[in-house]
Structures are given as C-alpha cells and as structure tokens.
Design a protein around this ligand. Structure first.
Ligand SMILES: Cc1cc2nc3c(=O)[nH]c(=O)nc-3n(C[C@H](O)[C@H](O)[C@H](O)COP(=O)(O)OP(=O)(O)OC[C@H]3O[C@@H](n4cnc5c(N)ncnc54)[C@H](O)[C@@H]3O)c2cc1C
Length: 469
C-alpha cells in the first residue's frame, strides 16, 4: 500500500470523524482524517460544546459569588468580572483539548491531513491545502463526517459583530447591555444564560409558543418559569422579520407569529440561534452521485452506507439529533462495521442535555410522544425541593419525571430539570440500555444524601410509593 492509499479516509475531524478514525486505526485499518479548520475536534471542541461549557461554568461561578453565597454566610463584597481572562481561560481549554486529539491521532497512527477534502469518486479524495496545493488520496472507504453549520434567518444577516451566531456569542469583547437571542433552543438558552449572568439584559424571541421544543412539555414549562424568575425575558409566539444594524446596536423588527403589527426591539447584540443545518459544501457529493434526503442530509442506511458503495456518513451531516455523543457513537459503530465487527447505535437512549442553571436532561420519550403513539404509561415525579442534598446545596428548583410502560413497568423516558441533571440522567440511560423497569431503579441502592435519590424517588413514585413526598 502506498503512502497515499488508505483503508479509510474520514472527511471532517469533529467528534464523529475523529472517533471513527481512532477506532478504525485501533482495529488495524490504515486511516487518514482530512480537516480544513486548522485544528481537530470540529464544531464541538472549537466553537460548540467545549467553549460554551467553559463559559457556562465560569459564569455560573461568577453568578454564585455575586448572589448565591451570602445566604450561606459567605460575604464576598463586590465581585469583579475580568472578561478578557474568562475568555482566555475558555480559549486555553479549547487549545489544549484540540491538541489532545492531535496527540491521540499520533498515538494511534492516524494521518492528519490538513486541507479541504472533496470526493472525486468512490475511492478517491482530493485535498486542497491552505496554499491551494491539490493532492489525491486513494482509499477503500470514504467517511463523510463534515458536520453542520448554523442556520441563517432571512433578513437578519450574521456579521459576527452585532448580529452573531453561537460562534460570535462565544467571544463577545464586552458584556452587551441588551442581548436578544432569536431561538429558544438549547444553544440560545445556554449562551443567553452566560451573558445574563455576566450582566446583560437578555430577551429570547421564539417563533413557537414554547421554549426547548422537542423536550417534555411539562418540564419545558417549568424550565421557562425558572428562567423567567432568574430575569430572562421571553417573547414567545413571535417572529423576527428583519434587522437594521446601526452604529450602536441593532433594531430588530418582530411581529406575532400569527401575523400582526410590527414592533421594534433595540439590542446591542443579536444572537441568531434558530438551529443548525447539515454541512456538505464543496464535497462534490452531486458529482459523486451521493444522495441527500429531503432536509439536505447525507442519506444513509442502518450501517451508515450511502447509495454509493464505499462512501459512508456519520454525525450531524446525517439524520438524527445533532449532538456530539450521537456523532461519536456513530463514528465508533461505523469503524467496527468496516473492520468486520458488530457496530450498533441505540437511538432510543440518546440523552439530550441543556447546560443552563438548572440543567435540563432527557432521555427516551416525552409524555406528548407517548400520548400520540397511544402507549399506556405511568408517571412518577419527585421535586428537588424534597431532596435533602438539594436543600443542603440550596438548589431546590426543578423535578425528576420518569415515564414507564403501564403494563411492563419498562422505563420509556426520563426528564430531569434540576441541579446536575446532565450527570443524573445517565443512571436512567444505563437502566434503559438494559431494558430496565422503573422498579429496577427504585429498588437500587442510592447513597444518602445525594441528588440521585431524587431519581430513585421518582422511580418509586411510578409505583405510587415515594417516601419523601
Ligand atoms: C454552541 C454549540 C454548543 C454545543 N453544545 C453541545 C453540547 O453541549 N453537547 C453536544 O452533544 N453537542 C453540542 N453541540 C453540537 C455538537 O457540536 C455537534 O453535534 C458535533 O460537533 C457534531 O459532530 P460532527 O463530527 O458530526 O461534526 P462537526 O463537529 O461539525 O465537525 C465537522 C468537521 O468537518 C470539517 N469539514 C467540513 N467540510 C470539510 C471538508 N470538505 N474537508 C475537510 N474538513 C471539512 C469542519 O471544519 C469540522 O471541523 C453544540 C453545538 C454548538 C454550535
């Protein structure tokens, strides 16, 4: 095999692509990963999960130091914000982690090819580097892992200065007096929370009559109420029709989603966070004959194979929730399949987490989905206000809700709004992976006093036998 002939070439070095490359190399395949960004880790490490969580954590500490400690007898006086250092801290984490993936590539002998990849045909990838130099690589398998990009809103063009995408919102040079977030999904609420805690007035404009669409309705309503209590303003059932950028800010025109009189909202910064779309530009998919679905995603079968033999797709660029861990699991499963092993992703147990305060985490079905499917179910709920550890920590907002099959007691879904929900959800994920019943969770030991006991109590409540409520 020559230097430029591979078993697998992965186009895109995000969580889907890099995990696929590493696992395939571990299984003995000769692998290259082509990435055009200049650093590995994709959206997630560079401008997504990691920088947003670094800022969420730092801003949460700032908020706590300002408002959350006096009640416990800790007086800090005035707490100052050094935004430059906070952003620098975030950038350092991103730099360290992206270099970490380079290290893992070297360790596993994955060739990191810098440049933009294009599929010339099945088995042939052309890479153009930063200097414009082209070279062609040959391979048995091509993996499209080119991820996604933010969606644009007609009439509101993103300049990453006054009107920003999530990428711009991760690096604002100063705290805006008024940040308007267009879109009440997880990215808008997370970034809105960051800047709210750092001192901005935040208004969320959402077309639908609710935030976090797709999440359980009851939990979404509770979440909305808590965020309002924190001081976020919501304009639901409202559509943005245009934006005018001036010297000192943006005039955003809005009207009722059902139509009506136009109104103007003045903002210092507008964040457009209305969703993400699959990214396939410049890949040569049409020429290679690779079929897309009706939403512009690379169409694949259950083994991640496209309609062209030897070309596969994983991650945000194919159907399914646009989440890093979903992309990672698909990457590993595909590597296993191509190395003649069994690769499998259980889409019934993909957790979704919003890392605000409190956090919101969900797995499986919502109550609305079960109703629509006509499934008979039982519900168990437990509020954090009745959990002793949450009371010690002064974090009593929210609840755990577990949905189980009425006949078999099998867990069908879990929705946690509360402190550390993003960690708590995983015991339910594991239980569901094993086909567990609510009773399995309810009768498992849970250390005392822990937040996890709220999960146990909600599971007990499914059978009508919670103790502490
Ligand atoms: C602000 C924000 C916060 C997020 N937070 C979370 C979170 O907390 N948890 C979570 O699970 N998900 C989160 N996500 C979503 C997560 O980032 C994505 O689901 C994940 O990155 C998808 O991985 P991927 O490998 O499919 O694609 P990507 O990470 O998008 O990587 C694709 C890579 O392909 C490269 N590429 C594209 N075309 C070419 C080409 N022709 N040649 C070479 N390279 C190419 C791109 O440069 C990119 O680096 C967040 C996203 C955003 C924007």
């Amino acid at each position: 095999m020559s230097d430029t002939t591979y078993d697998m070439i992965v186009i895109g070095g995000g969580p889907g692509g890099y995990e696929c490359a590493i696992r395939a190399a571990q299984l003995g395949l000769k692998v290259a990963c082509v990435e055009k960004r200049g650093s590995l880790g994709g959206t997630c490490l560079n401008v997504g999960c990691i920088p947003s969580k670094a800022l969420l954590n730092a801003s949460e500490k700032f908020e706590e130091a300002n408002h959350g400690l006096a009640v416990m007898g800790i007086e800090l006086g005035k707490v100052d914000l050094d935004l430059k250092t906070m952003l620098g801290h975030k950038d350092k984490i991103v730099g360290d982690l992206t270099k970490g993936i380079e290290f893992l590539f070297k360790k596993n002998k994955v060739d990191y090819v810098k440049g933009a990849g294009r599929i010339a045909a099945a088995g042939r990838v052309v890479v153009v580097d930063g200097a414009g130099t082209e070279r062609e690589l040959a391979t048995k398998h091509i993996v499209i892992a080119t991820g996604s990009d933010h969606m644009e809103l007609p009439g509101v063009s993103i300049d990453e200065k006054r009107i920003v995408s999530s990428t711009g919102a991760l690096s604002l040079a100063k705290v805006p007096a008024h940040l308007v977030v267009v879109g009440g999904g997880y990215i808008g609420l997370e970034m809105g929370s960051v800047w709210k805690r750092l001192g901005a007035k935040v208004t969320v404009v959402e077309f639908l009559d609710r935030i976090v669409p797709g999440m359980d309705g009851e939990i979404g309503k509770n979440f909305n109420r808590i965020l309002k209590k924190q001081g976020m303003t919501f304009r639901l059932s409202t559509k943005v029709t245009g934006a005018k950028v001036g010297k000192s800010g943006v005039s955003l025109t809005v009207e009722s989603a059902a139509g009506g009189d136009a109104e103007t909202i003045e903002a210092d910064i507008v964040l457009v966070a209305i969703g993400r779309r699959p990214y396939t530009e410049g890949l040569g998919l049409e020429e290679a004959g690779v079929a897309l679905d009706d939403k512009g995603r690379v169409a694949v079968d259950a083994s991640f194979a496209t309609n062209v033999a030897g070309i596969h797709g994983i991650g945000d660029v194919i159907a399914g929730p646009m989440l890093a861990h979903k992309a990672m699991e698909e990457g590993v499963a595909l590597a296993e399949i191509l190395a003649d092993k069994a690769g499998h992703v259980n889409y019934e147990t993909v957790p979704g987490i919003v890392y605000t305060w409190p956090e919101l985490a969900a797995v499986g079905k919502t109550e609305e989905q079960l109703k629509e499917a006509g499934v008979a179910y039982t519900v168990g709920k437990f509020p954090f206000s009745a959990n002793s550890r949450a009371r010690c920590n002064n974090t009593t907002d929210g609840l755990v809700k577990i949905l189980a099959d009425a006949k078999t007691d099998r867990i069908l879904g879990a929705h946690i709004l509360g402190p550390d929900a993003g960690n708590l959800i995983h015991e339910v994920v594991v239980a569901m992976e094993f086909g567990g019943a609510a009773e399995d969770l309810a009768l498992s030991f849970h250390g005392h006093p822990t937040l996890n006991e709220a999960v146990k109590e909600a599971a007990l409540a499914v059978g009508g036998r919670a103790i502490h409520i």
